[in-house]
Design a protein around this ligand. Structure first.
Ligand code: 5AD
Ligand code: SF4
Length: 494
């Protein structure tokens, strides 16, 4: 029987953006990840898994959770797709080109499925929350065996079990907001830096963005669960933790029995013995004075803040429903700069939002110059079906959008280069991550402010904090010399 003949809607819940948009009043349940039923404990023994991750750090971390679940089931990892018995594509829906890449991969993997009919091919992540994507997979990618959503990760053992047992495509995408599932196993990519979710979902509904639909409503983890996870990472010797959420500044707002917000969490994390704490991503609207004050205390709270602005024009910000204007953003930046010494600010910017005029784009350029971001992620607006902006007239020609992006990037590069130049001769603290990608004789690592530093040194330094004097600043990285004298190691940190 062909996969298409079955009406899957009777059996599985298909994704639905209208449903996803609803925000219910139901209380969020904190569930515990259950130990595996006996019949699922050995499913993977002698078999290999491969997860290909697209998109943001939230997805990277979700893949670590899925890897943890696979390994509980007895699977072992592989990086060779011909060797894999199960391949998952953990997808991103943020822009059209992210989706195109995934469909390209699915097309490419068709041949593998023909060679290895027992291979399980799965699609998960943000794209699987979209009705149109699931329909397209059903129609044109029958080589896919399994589709599951961002709220269904904890159900992976059951889903894999079903996919192995069934000849039909297994689809499970819950559009409801989702609960918080604790105690999920994780395979972290390295023993040095770790991601820790502090909250899930987003309630901001910026008019261009698909995330509130694909990731559900804002749900914070309980502070004690977050803090215990970080304490455990400290015990294991991790050097850096990045607190993760789509909008970390909304942390705690939904915990009605507590009066405990993101600033309070950061103040408690500050007391844990992890040398570096980062967080991403912030929303300027929820960035309160208490948080600024706590970040000013420094210590393990690094002086780097990623603060997406999206546009420098108050009119465009209004159409984007960002809920702040240019002045308010600049005010926040001023407060942060006054309170957090040597702070480095980075941002996200969209060009070519529907109706963006030349003048409004110039407002973005002038804001970038005023704030002096060290770097930024810049994007051409991409309409996302189901979002309010997709109904606005996308009236700016592609050549204009491309020219704006180029001009913006040139402006940012010029500023970035100038800011890096200021570090010439300074000594910076570097967490050594490994060999440089381009040259195995060179080590590379990051400063507290997340700048990439390359320097010559022995491999034994990988995983350590060292002091490096910057001798050759470039636009996107810094080249320096290792300070080997411990006395020099005490030099001021930039
Ligand atoms: N088009 C272009 N860029 C987008 N982003 C989010 N949605 C879109 C879209 N529809 C950008 C924003 C966000 C970053 C993660 O991706 O700048 O901060
Ligand atoms: Fe991450 Fe957003 Fe992309 Fe989903 S759509 S993977 S949340 S960036």
């Amino acid at each position: 029987m062909s996969k298409m003949k079955k009406d899957f809607s009777q059996y599985f819940q298909a994704p639905d953006l209208r449903e996803a948009k609803k925000r219910g009043k139901e209380e969020v349940q904190v569930l515990q990840f259950e130990s595996l039923p006996d019949e699922m404990k050995n499913i993977g023994v002698g078999h290999k898994y491969l997860i290909q991750t697209f998109g943001c750090q939230m997805n990277v971390h979700d893949s670590e959770t899925m890897a943890g679940i696979f390994e509980m089931m007895g699977y072992t990892p592989t990086i060779d797709e011909r060797d894999a018995d199960i391949i998952l594509l953990n997808t991103c829906a943020i822009r059209e080109n992210a989706e195109d890449k995934v469909f390209g991969e699915l097309g490419r993997l068709k041949h593998l499925k023909l060679e290895k009919p027992n291979l399980i091919l799965g699609v998960c992540g943000c794209m699987s929350q979209e009705e149109s994507v699931v329909n397209r997979i059903l129609k044109s990618y029958q080589n896919v065996d399994l589709v599951f959503g961002t709220h269904n990760i904890h159900r992976l053992p059951h889903l894999v079990h079903n996919a192995l047992m069934s000849k039909e495509m297994v689809i499970e995408v819950w559009s409801k907001e989702g609960d918080v599932v604790e105690n999920m196993p994780k395979v972290r990519a390295d023993g040095l830096r770790a991601w820790v979710n502090i909250m899930y979902g987003c309630d901001k509904f910026c008019t261009y963005c698909i995330v509130p639909y694909t990731r559900g409503k804002e749900r914070s983890r309980r502070p004690e669960d977050v803090l215990n996870e970080i304490r455990e990472l400290a015990r294991k010797g991790y050097q850096e933790v990045t607190l993760l959420g789509q909008n970390v500044n909304a942390y705690g707002k939904d915990l009605e029995d507590l009066n405990y917000l993101f600033g309070d969490l950061m103040d408690d994390v500050r007391k844990i013995g992890i040398p570096r704490i980062r967080f991403t991503t912030s929303h300027p609207r929820d960035f309160d004075d208490h948080l600024v004050e706590v970040l000013g205390k420094g210590g393990n709270l690094v002086e780097h803040i990623h603060l997406p602005v999206q546009s420098g024009s108050s009119e465009v910000l209004k159409l984007m429903a960002r809920k702040y204007d240019r002045e308010r953003y600049l005010d926040l930046v001023r407060k942060i700069k006054e309170t957090v010494p040597n702070v480095v600010l980075t941002t996200d910017i969209i060009v070519g939002f529907p109706g963006e005029t030349d003048e409004q784009f110039e407002d973005t350029i002038s804001l970038v110059k005023e704030v002096e971001f060290d770097s930024a992620f810049t994007f051409i607006y991409s309409p996302r079906e189901g979002t309010p902006a997709a109904k606005m007239q996308d009236d700016i020609p592609m050549e204009v959008k491309k020219a704006r992006l180029q001009r913006l990037n040139e402006t940012l590069n010029e500023i970035g280069r100038r800011k890096n130049e200021e570090l010439r001769g300074h000594v910076v603290e570097v967490l050594v991550e490994g060999e440089s990608k381009k040259n195995a004789d060179v080590l590379s690592g990051r400063t507290r402010t997340n700048k990439l530093v390359n320097f010559a040194g022995p491999k034994s330094l990988i995983g350590k904090m060292v002091m490096v004097r910057i001798e050759d600043p470039k636009t996107w990285s810094l080249t320096g010399v290792l300070l080997e004298d411990p006395k020099q190691q005490k030099a001021p940190v930039a």
